[in-house]
Design a protein around this ligand. Structure first.
Ligand SMILES: N[C@@H](CCC(=O)N[C@@H](CS)C(=O)NCC(=O)O)C(=O)O
Length: 197
């Protein structure tokens, strides 16, 4: 299995979730600007949409879109989603919130919006993080165990520093808890983002 990623991008969530699931995979770095892989290949041949993440399964099937990739990983390793009859639905509900609301709200900040637009985006992300803080059912979104949605939320929080976004205290604590996990440390190291001791 191969995960196509860009350092610190939303694909970091998949990298963490794959480690949490104990799956064997290869990480392939992509330059999202040139659309070239580390070995010089054309990433658009893997994902014609040109963005990460893309997960290539051992049988050659390719999964794109973070919601689908993080849901697939949790299907392979069910401890990464909440239990109960609505477990998978609740996971997808949360993945959709992180993707279509929080991640989407970052767009003006990543993609050169005007100053006013950027300020509105900062406030919007901050509001959404406050909402997410209110959803925490324990140390993690769904209680005592990490889910694949927590991996995605971690990446959204990681970006706040770069854009000077106000983060609720609950989310600060959640971030530090996540950061201490071996899976997160392993993923950061692979992406060249681990802090030197
Ligand atoms: N709809 C996609 C969006 C993924 C996305 O925005 N990826 C960013 C990195 S976080 C990217 O690769 N951007 C490069 C580009 O869009 O050209 C998903 O949810 O997976």
């Amino acid at each position: 299995m191969k995960l196509y990623y860009a350092p610190g991008a939303c694909s970091l969530a998949d990298q963490i979730a794959l480690f949490e699931a104990g799956m064997t995979f290869e990480s392939v770095r992509v330059d999202i600007h040139t659309k070239r892989t580390a070995s010089g290949g054309d990433f658009r041949e893997i994902n014609p949409k040109g963005y990460v993440p893309a997960l290539v399964l051992d049988d050659g099937e390719i999964i794109t879109e973070n919601i689908a990739v993080l849901d697939w990983i949790a299907e392979q390793y069910p401890p990464l989603r909440p239990g109960g009859p609505l477990g998978r639905t609740r996971l997808i509900e949360m993945l959709a919130f992180v993707s279509t609301e929080i991640h989407h709200a970052y767009k003006p900040l990543w993609h050169g919006g005007g100053e006013l637009e950027k300020q509105k985006a900062r406030e919007r992300v901050s509001d959404l993080l406050r909402f997410a803080a209110g959803q925490m059912q324990g140390d993690f979104l769904f209680g005592d165990r990490i889910s694949s949605a927590d991996c995605y939320l971690f990446v959204m929080l990681r970006w706040t520093g770069r854009f000077d976004i106000v983060v609720p205290e609950t989310m600060e604590r959640f971030y530090r808890r996540m950061e201490a996990l071996p899976s997160v440390q392993a993923a950061l190291a692979i992406e060249g983002l681990a802090q030197a001791a």
